[in-house]
Design a protein around this ligand. Structure first.
Ligand code: ADP
Ligand code: MG
Length: 463
């Protein structure tokens, strides 16, 4: 990367550090760190990090090692100081953060208990338990920077990705870290749906002649230092809620309060979201999370395996990482399901048995998929109704979702052409053949359609 003149020195310090430091700490926290200055006169070495979180980590855990190595390489009695030098995340290079395979938490950690605390934050969703790979590096860097200085650097922060890729985890981690560093700040975490329900309830009460509820609601959100709205797309198309949120957004933004939003797609791709909202959502920092590569998937499995004390062997973890490339929620579930099933079946989990164990788990899943679930999820994804999909209108916004239903019904349930036609509003079987072929042809070279369909498939399997 480097902005430092001390590249060579730092390189050789790192070389020694790698030998003595805990390998996980080295891998997770050293990329991105460098020597910013060596003051030979006052005997000060300044070591700088990308975020306060990283700086504190290095200072707390690696100070002893660094002190010794620096003494050996640069000279005795140098004082070490640790600072933070922020980089524009869009200019981060791969080396800046490296594969941050995070530290394993305290050994007594049990498997995540999904018990949210009062502020809506789940105690397991911390930076500590978040593994950084190529797929989420920028999102992570932005998140740690925001937790250092809420409202000051990237505002609003809009994070999007397919399901199960870590949005909720990461934005809640910001919440936890803000509360740790700035205990007086007021952090609110809500899903778009919760926000929507609150507005609806307040409006309903307001109609009964009592406007207090609406005023209370306004006051509550406008007194927030960090407002996190997860899955904000849920408010799209809901007029009163969009209106309310628009004003909340402006009030917070004007007073430099931090706004963090997540969604399953980029602001301008959220259908039926008012343009004044999508343009505001896009006005700050936008980052996405991609699917994790094999190395990252394996790192996550290793962590979870240790954390839950599952004792799966490295070959087993590797097998699961290899065959599961949808998302992280699925990856964690596969590990747990496989180990649990092997135990309850009394089968020894090894390189041979795992293939049939995972095969059986998948088969059971397939059996529970119904045609209605497919149509419902496709409709939901494209923001149309089931009735419209089954109906007669032939506008493009309906034809494509309809054809995707045909394709998925064939692929996921092995339903006959005749039946597919019937469940989709009595269409004849040549229409179905045409639809399926059309989607198959498009899938060959249309990357975004590929993504959309695998997302929908995941939604169906987990509906
Ligand atoms: P999303 O909100 O994008 O649907 P979540 O944040 O709910 O995804 O993540 C799904 C699961 O995967 C959670 O259990 C979360 O802890 C885990 N997870 C996601 N990303 C990571 C990561 N980078 N490191 C460790 N665990 C992760
Ligand atoms: Mg989520």
């Amino acid at each position: 990367m480097s902005t430092s003149n001390y590249d060579q020195v730092w390189k050789s310090i790192k070389g020694e550090l790698e030998i003595v430091a805990n390998p996980t700490h080295f891998k997770t926290q050293i990329p991105g760190i460098y020597i910013k200055n060596i003051d030979a006169e006052d005997k000060i070495v300044e070591i700088t990090a990308l975020s306060e979180y990283q700086r504190n980590f290095v200072e707390d855990r690696l100070y002893g090692h660094l002190k010794k190595i620096i003494e050996k390489q640069i000279g005795p009695s140098f004082k070490l100081i640790f600072t933070v030098t922020k980089k524009d995340p869009s200019k981060l290079e791969l080396d800046d953060l490296g594969p941050l395979f995070k530290k394993t938490g305290d050994d007594s950690t049990n498997y995540p208990q999904q018990i949210p605390a009062n502020n809506g934050l789940n105690s397991q969703y911390t930076f500590d338990r978040f593994i950084v790979g190529n797929n989420n590096r920028l999102a992570y860097a932005v998140s740690t920077a925001i937790s250092d200085a809420p409202g000051k650097v990237y505002n609003p922060f809009f994070l999007y990705s397919g399901v199960g890729l870590g949005k909720t985890h990461l934005v809640q981690a910001i919440g936890h870290e803000v509360l740790k560093k700035h205990p007086n700040m007021n952090v609110i975490y809500k899903t778009g749906e919760e926000f929507l329900n609150e507005v609806v309830a307040a409006v309903r009460r307001g109609k009964g002649g009592n406007d207090n509820k609406r005023t209370e609601l306004k006051a509550k959100y406008r007194n927030t230092d960090v407002l996190i709205i997860d899955d904000v797309h849920s408010i799209a198309g809901k007029d009163a809620t969009q209106e309310e949120f628009f004003h909340t957004f402006n009030a917070l933004h004007m007073t430099q309060k931090q706004i963090i939003l997540t969604s399953d797609r980029a602001p301008h791709e959220i259908r039926t979201l008012e343009e004044r909202l999508s343009s505001r959502f896009a006005s700050g920092m936008i980052a996405d999370i991609q699917r994790p590569d094999l190395e990252t998937r394996l790192a996550i499995l290793q962590e979870r395996n240790d954390e839950m004390k599952l004792n799966a062997s490295p070959e087993i973890l590797e097998y699961i990482a290899n065959v599961t490339n949808t998302n992280i929620r699925e990856l964690e579930a596969k590990l747990l399901q496989t180990v649990t099933k092997a135990k309850s079946d009394g089968v020894d989990l090894n390189a041979q048995s795992i293939i049939s164990i995972m095969g059986e788990i998948d088969k059971n899943k397939q059996l529970t998929i119904t045609p209605n679930a497919i149509i419902r999820e496709v409709a939901k994804y494209y923001g149309v109704t089931v009735k419209e999909i089954k109906g007669l209108r032939r506008v493009k916004t309906l034809v494509t979702p309809r054809q995707i239903c045909m394709f998925l019904l064939r692929e996921m349930t092995k339903t006959g052409l005749q039946t597919v036609g019937e469940v989709l509003g009595n269409r004849d079987h040549s229409t179905v053949i045409h639809g399926v072929n059309k989607i198959e042809a498009l899938l060959n070279d249309n990357v975004s359609l590929n993504k959309e369909i695998s997302q929908i498939k995941y939604n169906i399997q987990n509906s």
